[in-house]
Ligand binder design. Structure first.
Ligand SMILES: Nc1nc2c(c(=O)[nH]1)N[C@H]1C(S)=C(S)[C@@H](COP(=O)(O)O)O[C@H]1N2
Ligand SMILES: [Mo]
Length: 327
């Protein structure tokens, strides 16, 4: 792809993320959502001729204009949108997260129109942005995901929170892979390519692969179980013996089983009430706490159906602790 676009900002651009205690809304207002652009913010003005190409291992290659895409059945859902953190510091805990309503066309519908070859295993998605990150010339932003994932709600989205996408979030088109970390949801989407192998970009090979305990590496795809306490906010002063309704959000790609709260620095854990949300949204958890004497902090941890728990430290989904004091 030629580099035919102008940029609002060249080079890395990120919005300072909202703090957990600021995420009081079930759906995060767009201006409070995360923004992460490795290579720059594209300024896609001449959108009349924005085209989405679908090619590679398909029976019929497609080139669709925005108008054609918008005439197809529209699908909307709410999903957690979380940045996996800097690919240069993959184990650093990240709370770059929000919960967003998206609308667009299901990628599965488009692949149905194109007809997928049976040798295809991966979906590559190309952004129109290109440039340098981490001192390396990256070419275009390119990610991949397993083709088997497309059966769920992968979206070619043109709306966010009921309005047209803004430039920072990928105007005019982006991929949304609900349940996967944000890095997989390619913005300024120009091309979908079906392939039998993983994509060769620095964003799929050099970066965004986690080292596992057994020495193997795993692509940064599905979101690990995670939770944040929204209330009380850090450094709250609480009355001893008083009743406080502690609440927050929990999410993860694998179905959430439970959320637990600790008021004694992780020595004991109590199960929270979990108000399960639909589909890909984060869920609210609540715990009625009689503030114990000597309590110095509150911790929450989410557990997935397969038993995966948030670790204490050393991973991007490490436990979040809210320091408090008791009067
Ligand atoms: N084309 C393109 N898509 C991209 C990126 C990018 O740099 N270029 N950044 C990714 C990362 S790391 C994240 S966390 C999400 C952030 O999406 P947002 O800025 O709309 O919140 O976009 C992803 N999609
Ligand atoms: Mo990210």
């Amino acid at each position: 792809m030629s580099d035919e676009f102008t940029y609002k900002t060249r080079g890395f651009f990120g919005r300072i993320p909202s703090e957990p205690h600021e995420l009081t809304d079930r759906i995060t207002p767009t201006r409070a959502c995360i923004v992460l652009c490795h290579l720059g913010v594209l300024d896609a003005q001449a959108v009349e001729d924005w085209k989405l190409e679908i090619g590679g291992l398909v029976k019929t290659g497609l080139v669709l204009s925005l108008r054609e895409l918008k005439s197809l059945p529209k699908r909307q859902f709410v999903s957690v949108h979380q940045c996996a953190g800097s690919p240069l510091a993959p184990d650093k805990p990240t709370r770059r997260v929000c919960n967003v309503s998206w609308a667009g066309v299901r990628l599965g519908d488009l692949l149905g129109m194109a007809g997928v070859d049976e040798t295809a295993r991966f979906v590559w998605s190309h952004g129109a942005d290109s440039g340098e990150f981490g001192g390396i010339e990256c070419g275009h932003y390119l990610k991949d995901l397993p083709l088997s994932r497309v059966g769920s709600d992968v979206l070619v989205a043109y709306e966010m929170n009921g309005a047209e996408l803004i430039a920072e979030n990928g105007f005019p088109l982006r991929l949304v892979v609900p349940g996967y970390y944000g890095t997989n949801s390619v913005k300024w989407l120009r091309k979908i390519e079906l392939r039998s192998e993983r994509a060769p970009s620095v964003f799929t090979t050099r970066w965004y692969n986690d080292l596992e305990a057994d020495g193997s590496s795993r692509p940064v795809w599905g979101i690990a179980p995670q939770s944040i306490i929204v209330w009380p906010k850090p450094d709250s002063q609480l009355n001893r013996g008083g009743l406080v309704q502690v609440w927050g959000w929990a999410w993860g790609d694998a179905n959430l089983m439970a959320v637990e709260l600790s008021a004694d620095e992780g020595a004991t854990w109590q199960e929270c009430r979990l108000e399960r949300a639909a589909e890909w949204s984060w869920s609210k958890f609540v715990y009625d706490l009689f503030v114990p004497e000597g309590c110095t902090g509150l911790l929450s941890r989410a557990r997935s159906r397969s038993g995966e728990l948030q670790p204490v430290t050393g991973r991007r989904n490490a436990i979040y602790r809210v320091p408090i004091s008791v009067l």
